[in-house]
Every structure is written in C-alpha cells, then in structure tokens.
Design a protein around this ligand. Sequence first.
Ligand SMILES: [Zn+2]
Ligand SMILES: [Zn+2]
Length: 321
Amino acid sequence: MGTHTSPAYSMSVDGILNFIQSLLEKLGMQHYEHAISLWLFFAACGVAELCISFSICTPLERYRPLTSWSKRNCIAADVIYAFFVRIVLYPLIAFFEYDWLHRQLNGFLQAHAITPPSLSRLLPFLVSWPAIVFIANFTLLDLADYWRHRLSHRYGWWYGIHSLHHAEDQMTFWSDDRSHILEDAITYVWLILVGLTIGVPSLQFPFLILCFRLLGSISHANTRVGYGWLGGHIFVSPQFHRTHHALRAAGRRSCNFGTTLSLWDISFGTARFRDNTVETGDAGAEPALVSGSWGEQQLAGFRRMIRLARRGKKTPSMRAA
Ligand SMILES: [Zn+2]
Ligand SMILES: [Zn+2]
C-alpha cells in the first residue's frame, strides 16, 4: 500500500480487506482471495459512492428541479454506465493498473538510484499533513482533467467519442458516467500518467477518482440548487456544467470545461457564469447516440469519431457533423 498514506487510514482499509479475505476462505476461494478481496473492496467503495450520489441528487432533482420532461427517456443505458464504471472499470484501473504501474515505476527508479516523485518529498513539511497532500493531488489531477476535456473539444475525432456524453438531452446526475469506452480509456491513461508523475500513492489514487465521480454526479444533476457565489467560483456547480452541455456549446464553441473545480476555467478564460441554460444536447448527434441502448451508443460514437476524423484534424463547428 502507499507509503504516504496515514496509518489509521491504512489500518481501517486493511481491516475491511481481512474481513473480505476470511469470508472468501469460508467460500473456498482462497487461491484468488487477495485479488478478489481487493476487487470486491473497491467495487463496494464505488457502489457506496453511487449510493451517496443517489441520496444527495435524488431529493435535489425531485424537490428543486431545474426542468421537467413530459416523456422521460429510458435511463437503463445510464444505469448500466454507472454500474459498469463502479464495478468493472474503477477497480480494474483505479487500483489494479495504477498500483502495478506505480510499483513498476518505483522499482525502476530505485534500481537506478533515483528517488521516486511525490509531493511530500518535494515539500517535506507536508509529510505530517496527509489531508493537504490529498487536496493538492486532487487539485493537480483536476487541472490535468481540465486540459484533457478541453482538448477533446478541439480535435474532431476526439469530440466524436466525447459527443456521446454531450448527446444527452435529458441531463440528470446519472449522465455523469455516460461516456464512450474509448474515452474512458483515454481519461484513465491520462490521469494515471499524471498521478504517477506527481507520485500519488497507490491507495490514494482510487479515492481521488471517487471524489471526482461524486462531485461529477452532483454537477450533472437537474436542479436549480447552486453553490453560492464563492462556492460556484471554486467548484463546478450544476448550472456551470449545464452551460457546458448547452445545445449551442457542443464542439469547439464550448466553455466551462472543468471537471470539479471551476477555478481552471476562470484562470484560462473559458468560464461562462451568466448563462441560464436549461436544454442540453448536441444537434449533430444521430438518434442512436442520444437514446440508443448501451451498445448502440458505443457504435454510434465510433461512427461519429470516424466521420469527424475524415473531415480533418480540426472542425470549426460540430453542429451538423
Ligand atoms: Zn465536454
Ligand atoms: Zn458532463
């Protein structure tokens, strides 16, 4: 486990892992107990985060909704995305892959007498402030994700797969996980590379991702509840992110690219606060991308990626693509 994780935090995680391992031994699955117990632990963390998102966002959308629809689209595909991300993708990438790469990198660096990177080595006084390290790592990963998202609107092929996320015309908190599998892969590779570069500990990385998921779900909620002036100038509020999803903002003309912190949009001149966007979607998206099944949306995303890639590197407008 991570060398810069607080002892109490590691002990509580180890306690839960020991409990899962003893359960697996009783079920006769001791050969794979370590991998399975880790998988179950992180999948359970992912589902617990989904339950927290659900219990925060459902009352907001029910009692303080921004808009309502006469006919609600089927949310089956969105629910599949949410569980697929938490049960399959998240444990696989956020812990197993990151931890393996982290150990490989540290082993290689130590074999060459190079000190592995980490914020607390760069700033030694942070060793006794693990919460500050966590927030600093969160902020740096969010900055990296701002640029990944901004670039995904710049290049045609990339927007082709990202447009699966923008095609949602009935945006709710479920919409956060609605993304193309290829885009998920790019996002995780991007975050893993940045995480390794700044030395995020193995056990911290999955919990940073969970924080992104929780704040991301809230920012997609169909609610008029905001964070106030100050909160809205630090965090991405539901209205701020809805402006990013506006019909006219699809493609290169978009704004508000931040994932959880709006301060990057403010710093880089892409923030737009005064819009009162209600309708969301992408006028150029084919019906399968908007309301198809999970598989139909994935295929439509591939088709649009190829179509936009053939038009050239950059496209002035994605509206009719
Ligand atoms: Zn976007
Ligand atoms: Zn979004």
